[in-house]
Design a protein around this ligand. Structure first.
Ligand SMILES: [Zn+2]
Length: 212
């Protein structure tokens, strides 16, 4: 395998997945613009903890992980989510991480369920349990091509809870823009009853600046 990867480096020299320049898979310029801070956003009663603003570089890094399956990009996103978890000051002892799944068609195209895959790795590294209990119950369009109102309509009632939900939950997604996806995921877990579901918040690697 090593020979193959060295050969492919020779035939297809690597490019930075942030700016596409030839060179290491992430150049120092892009690496420094991916610098985790801490942002807290509210979408109705859902608090979202994030590490980075969704800049053009951040968006390319997410695409490199999500669509091209580049492990180096996965790594940046995993670390950003862990950073936001640490900075959130949440008591993580009894919480469980709930990945927000993508559509079946995206999963087929990517060969994996992107966020579920990342959350498994986050769970392994942090010791926080995972509760993979959400799925999309019907076909939805890719959110990225849609406007704010269309996003909300596209996902309304789209998530279904597949296993018993209880306790404190943290929804996990790669990025929050209009909040439509997380709001629907929140609604789905909350619909399981107030007695069994404790507090629910969310964590993402990136947060889009408020849309003006
Ligand atoms: Zn770069």
């Amino acid at each position: 395998m090593k020979v193959i990867s060295e050969l492919s480096q020779l035939l297809f020299p690597s490019r930075c997945f942030g700016c596409q320049r030839l060179g290491p898979t992430i150049c120092s310029g892009c690496r420094s613009s991916w610098h985790p801070h801490y942002y807290r956003t509210k979408f109705d009663s859902l608090t979202v903890h994030s590490s980075l603003l969704y800049t053009p570089t951040a968006s390319k890094i997410i695409v490199a992980a999500k669509e091209s399956g580049l492990r180096g990009a996965d790594e940046l996103i995993i670390n950003a989510v862990i950073h936001a978890l640490e900075r959130s000051k949440l008591d993580l002892t009894f919480t469980r991480l709930v990945p927000v799944p993508s559509s079946k068609s995206s999963q087929r195209r990517r060969g994996r369920s992107f966020v579920v895959d990342l959350v498994h790795q986050i769970s392994q590294r942090t010791g926080i349990q995972i509760l993979d209990c959400l799925e999309l119950s019907r076909r939805v369009l890719d959110q990225s091509g849609l406007h704010r109102d269309e996003r909300a309509t596209n996902l309304a009632g789209a998530f279904r809870v597949t296993s018993q939900v209880r306790g404190e939950l943290i929804l996990v997604d790669d990025v929050v823009t209009t909040g439509a996806t997380l709001r629907e995921a929140y609604r789905a877990v909350k619909s399981q009853g107030l007695e069994s579901v404790g507090s629910v918040c969310a964590v993402t690697a990136c947060v889009a600046q408020p849309l003006r």
